[in-house]
Design a protein around this ligand. Structure first.
Ligand code: BDP
Length: 689
């Protein structure tokens, strides 16, 4: 009876809460015995600081779960894990090696030990070889950060997985245990910094009341090696300090920031610094006082300098110029300032020149600011990639950008090597991801979106990892170790982004989303508060063709890249079709390198996208017997939603652009059975208040 009850309890369905840190008993008994050989004890041969205590606790928890045996800390002569420091290793680095019958995890510092422990757990979770190993690792980028766009009232800007994790009204007295689980997840993938609030920042985070709350969060995150940053409102001296101005060169304003920073460090002695969105989309900034981004950033840098704090200044700026090209604006505002920023300023640049589209060419600032450390900003939350109902594995998007060559300092100057500092010898390096986690029980809404959080962390640590390897690890830790299922799910992940691009914005089409909510198609959008918030600004379709001419005969945004890059994209004949409409205006009748006419190829891609979603559904059905049933059902449901939404995208775009091309959907494709008016109505519903 007891046994039956026990089985019943153990067999409960999973809900995704444990992410990739499940630590369930390994079913492979030979692996269990291999690992037991070094799991008889864990000895800590260094000062037991809070971070080292975390490492120890996590290792004990993991080993107990995976092997089913408790592991104590009384040293024996052999058969244990030894945690120790080795100052010769690079910062945050570790070395794991078998020695004299023990497994040594040496860390350069506390964090190195923590990351080494998580690496060992990952090896065990994925049933990898551990005996005889020697693994030496160090992060390629120093600041590996999540940016939460979380608001004080608990909503998340562009968050699709529930409310904010941070319960501001309950803090600092009540500490939700979830904060710790969040910290564990991050530490396990090497994330070491978190900006907790929205870049469209409320000044209230700088009040004593809120600093007390932020301190409580910082205290939870610290033992996991994570530092806290705050997004600030540039007009805070005026809003909070009641000063007549927030001019960065005004002595009273500088003084206000100096005092504020001192106050913050009294609450949070290891405070990371400020993340700043200024003079962008209506946010205040130095320009309204006739000052530059550098003036603004340097004022904050001065206040933070005594505490080694950093200013992360965002380059996401674009002024509304109907005749201009938004693609070029950040470059024009920032390039002339190269060399003018203080040493503790990092300029954070989105991966592409417009705004987190399903596919963008890399931002032309990468490679153009040799004297200013540039941080990468990726968006993990799927603002433009179907929210949390579409399956899109973003490691492919991240890698595509990171591996593109900027030619800034000759061949091989990839975006990854710009941001890891190796091309320009940046003194400090950083990468940020806009978080996709929220209060949903499974953290990310779509269970497959957990992979995007995981992949961001892994690539931030080591951008040379392949998207396939990361997927492999994540699937084995999250879903199953069955080889056929692993390969089936991996295939889905690896193809998912291209499928999404095809059923939404193929051939370099971009920014034709529903206004405001950024969901669903609205290619007909022609009026908005700003021209560059419409769709027609980007696709420029008419009866003669479609696409934004960014060559020398158009806006010449292409001219912002090095000649070698221009060479790849400047000729519509040879430009990779995936970027075609980003740079060229192309006639509907133009024969492409694929052998098809533009209009035919355009239609074909949308239909391929639909086939892709159906294929994902079929592949997903195949793995049903091999994974948790509730989690399977959840993803299956979302795939069905994705198919419905993909059909909306296809029909809306084909019917709308057909009004210009005046050409039939090529056979053997079956033309949409709905009318454009019907599609417009569906999309209208998304926009209703
Ligand atoms: C845009 C988002 C907006 C953000 C902005 C940003 O729609 O909500 O505030 O990016 O990055 O894509 O600042």
């Amino acid at each position: 009876m007891i046994c039956l009850l026990l089985c019943f309890c153990v067999a409960h369905a999973d809900d995704g809460y444990r992410l990739w840190l499940k630590y369930d008993l390994l079913s492979n008994s030979s692996k269990r015995s291999e690992y037991r050989r070094f799991a008889r004890f864990i000895e800590v041969r260094t000062e037991p600081t809070p971070v080292v205590e975390t490492a120890l606790a996590e290792l004990q928890r993991g080993i107990q779960g995976l092997l089913g045996t408790k592991v104590g800390t009384t040293p024996k002569s052999r058969g244990g894990v030894i945690l120790q420091k080795d100052g010769s290793l690079p910062e945050e680095g570790y070395l794991i090696e078998s020695k004299d019958g023990n497994l040594l995890i040496s860390g350069s510092d506390d964090r190195g030990i923590l990351y080494g422990c998580f690496e060992l757990l990952r090896l065990m979770q994925t049933e990898s070889q551990v005996s005889g190993i020697k693994i030496r690792q160090a992060p390629k980028i120093r600041l590996r950060m999540l940016n939460h766009w979380d608001n004080p009232l608990g909503t998340i800007e562009r968050g699709y997985a529930g409310a904010s994790l941070w319960k501001w009204y309950e803090l600092p007295e009540t500490i939700d245990p979830r904060y710790r689980d969040y910290a564990r997840a991050n530490a396990s993938i090497g994330i070491n910094a978190v900006a907790v609030n929205n870049v469209n920042a409320s000044a209230r985070f700088l009040t004593a009341e809120y600093l007390n709350k932020v301190k409580a969060l910082a205290d939870v995150l610290r033992p996991y090696g994570i530092r806290v940053f705050l997004s600030i409102n540039f007009a805070s001296p005026k809003i909070l300090g009641k000063l007549p101005t927030s001019d960065p060169l005004a002595p009273e304003v500088r003084n206000w920031w100096n005092e504020k920073v001192k106050e913050i460090y009294r609450y949070i002695p290891d405070f990371g610094g400020f993340l700043v969105k200024a003079n962008s989309e209506g946010e205040p900034g130095p320009q309204e006082h006739g000052r530059t981004h550098a003036d603004g950033a340097n004022m904050l840098a001065e206040a933070l300098r005594p505490f080694q704090g950093k200013v992360i200044w965002r380059a996401f700026v674009y002024s509304p110029d109907p005749a201009g090209d938004r693609f070029k604006e950040a470059y024009h505002e920032f390039k002339p300032l190269d060399g003018n920023f203080d040493k503790n300023v990092i300029v954070q640049v989105k991966n592409g020149p417009i705004d987190f589209q399903p596919r963008e060419p890399f931002h032309p600032l990468f490679g153009a600011m040799p004297k200013t450390p540039l941080a990468m900003e990726f968006q993990i939350t799927q603002e433009y990639l179907g929210f949390s109902t579409n399956l899109v594995y973003l490691a492919t998007l991240f890698k595509e950008c990171l591996e593109t060559d900027t030619y800034a300092s000759g061949k091989g100057s990839t975006v990854a090597r710009i941001i890891d500092g190796s091309v320009h010898q940046y003194p400090f390096t950083a990468i940020a991801g806009v978080a996709n986690s929220g209060s949903d029980r499974n953290w990310t809404g779509h269970l497959m979106s957990q992979a995007n959080w995981y992949a961001f962390g892994r690539l931030a640590w080591d951008h040379t990892l392949s998207e396939a390897q990361i997927a492999d690890e994540w699937i084995k830790m999250t879903w199953t170790k069955d080889p056929a299922a692993v390969s089936g799910i991996k295939n889905i992940l690896l193809r998912s982004r291209e499928i999404y691009v095809n059923h939404t914005t193929p051939l370099g089409l971009h920014h034709v989303i529903g206004q405001g909510i950024h969901f669903g198609p609205e290619p007909w959008l022609s009026r908005s508060a700003r021209p560059d918030w419409t769709s027609v600004y980007y696709h420029r379709a008419d009866s003669s063709g479609i696409g934004f001419d960014r060559t020398i005969s158009g806006s010449n945004a292409l001219g912002l890249y090095r000649p070698e890059v221009q060479q790849q994209w400047k000729d519509p004949e040879t430009c990779d079709v995936k970027y075609l409409l980003w740079f060229h205006r192309v006639s509907w009748n133009k024969k492409l390198s694929t052998g098809r006419l533009l209009w035919d190829e355009f239609c074909m891609r949308y239909y391929q996208g639909i086939e892709g979603v159906r294929w994902m559904q079929d592949e997903w059905n195949k793995v049903r017997p091999l994974v948790d049933p509730e989690m399977h059902a959840d993803v299956a449901g979302r795939l069905a939603v994705q198919l419905r939404e993909a059909l909306n995208w296809r029909d809306a775009c084909i019917l709308y652009f057909q009004t210009f091309s005046q050409k039939p959907v090529p056979s053997p494709l079956q033309p949409p059975t709905r009318t454009l008016e019907e599609l417009k109505k569906i999309v209208e519903i998304y926009q209703l208040k």
